[in-house]
Design a protein around this ligand. Structure first.
Ligand code: NAD
Ligand code: DAU
Length: 331
């Protein structure tokens, strides 16, 4: 099987490629523009006979048509993915998340190739801390940030291409991922690398906001299950029952790294900051028999901390620019 993975040099895309190499016989082609968030080193350990890397943009119609036609399936991870960046400059989010997805959809429409669309729980907006509900496949879309609005728009494009043009597509909306190869702009690796660098971690606002954490390997196994057995046109929510407040996650990072649990700074809150995400993944579990394998967040987090300690050459060159971006925003 030939699988085209867009955004395969990014965080979850590279974890998915490693998952495919370890668990299937597939040959993988990665299409990635290597933006600031892409890192080819994340794929360096994979044998060249299993992986082809194409440096290019998902908005490039001819390139996308050629690569899609040569594939049995497309799994589309490529995106501008960071909320704070979307608040600073939404334009690249429109181009990549909307026009890029449109370009891929037109290519799979022409060729009939199976398509899986990677999306986020943020399309559903947020929940109150005490709301007994969690997000399900029927929760109405209500995105808050330019990032989540473009992801919501891209999901709706997929649904329209399925219904109007018969494209063979599935969609998954996953909660917050953690694990190796995540860019240090994101919450968990930012705080881990701050401690390694002797900087104080930074918590937005009160830190009461809740995210629903899942290991990137569990996200990958769910996507592979959906790609093989998912029903065309169906949406699947992926989550591992990992709700935790930002403050609790940060205290755990500090404790695991031998620091006092309160050795962090409160900084300016994110404008429009979503309060809580929570996924009800029963549909995926009952329909496709998927279950997460990383059940202990603390040990998954400890392994992630070790990975950043052991792979400083992977992230060090991005640290200064990342912190300069945040400092200019009071974060
Ligand atoms: P990331 O920012 O780490 O990686 C994105 C990758 O896409 C990078 O390698 C980048 O170079 C590439 N890319 C960006 N624009 C491109 C373009 N125009 N053409 C080709 N390649 C391009 O992102 P991530 O956190 O790995 O997220 C991957 C996908 O998963 C996204 O669609 C995101 O919305 C979704 N998602 C992420 C999370 C999370 O917790 N990170 C949770 C749910 C869903
Ligand atoms: O829910 C899925 C989404 O999870 C994905 O769609 C996004 O691509 C991914 O980036 C992530 O979005 P978040 O905005 O939740 O992730 P982030 O790592 O940016 O922030 C997690 C929480 O931590 C959020 O409540 C903001 C807070 N935060 C973040 C940073 C960078 C801090 O308190 N301090 C920080 O320094």
């Amino acid at each position: 099987m030939e699988i085209l993975v867009t955004g395969g040099a990014g965080f979850i895309g590279s974890n998915f490629v490693h998952y495919l190499i370890a668990n299937t016989d597939a040959h993988v082609t990665v299409l990635d523009a290597l933006t600031y968030a892409g890192n080819q080193k994340s794929l360096a350990s994979i044998a060249p006979e299993r992986l082809a890397f194409v440096h290019g943009n998902i908005c490039d119609v001819d390139l996308v048509n050629t690569l899609v036609e040569a594939s049995d399936a497309v799994v589309h991870f490529a995106a501008e993915s960071h909320n704070d960046n979307s608040l600073a400059n939404p334009r690249p989010f429109i181009d990549t998340n909307l026009v890029g997805t449109y370009t891929l959809l037109e290519a799979v429409r022409r060729s009939g190739v199976r398509y899986h669309h990677i999306s986020t729980d943020e399309v559903y907006g947020d929940l109150e801390l005490d709301d007994p509900q969690r997000f399900t496949e029927t929760t109405p879309y209500n995105p808050s940030s330019p990032y989540s609005a473009t992801k919501a728009g891209s999901d709706l494009l997929v649904r329209a291409w399925v219904r109007s043009f018969g494209v063979r597509a599935t969609i998954s909306n996953c909660s917050n991922n953690y694990g190796p190869y995540q860019h240090i702009e994101k919450f968990i690796p930012r705080q881990i690398t701050n401690v390694i660098c002797g900087l104080r971690p930074k918590l937005y606002g009160s830190g009461q906001n809740v995210r629903d954490w899942i290991h990137a390997t569990d996200h990958s196994s769910a996507v592979w299950q959906i790609l093989q057995n998912g029903r065309i046109g169906e949406t699947y929510l992926i989550g591992a029952d990992g709700e935790m407040s930002n403050r609790a996650v940060l205290s755990l990072i500090l404790t695991l790294m031998g620091q006092p649990a309160d050795a962090f700074d409160h900084v300016s809150d994110r404008p429009g900051h979503d309060m809580r995400y929570a996924i009800d993944s029963r549909h995926l579990r009952t329909q496709l028999g998927w279950a997460p394998s990383f059940s202990d967040f603390q040990s998954g987090l400890a392994a992630t901390i070790e990975w950043y300690r052991d792979n400083e050459d992977w992230w060090r060159s991005a640290k200064q620019a990342t912190e300069a971006f945040y400092a200019a925003r009071g974060q």
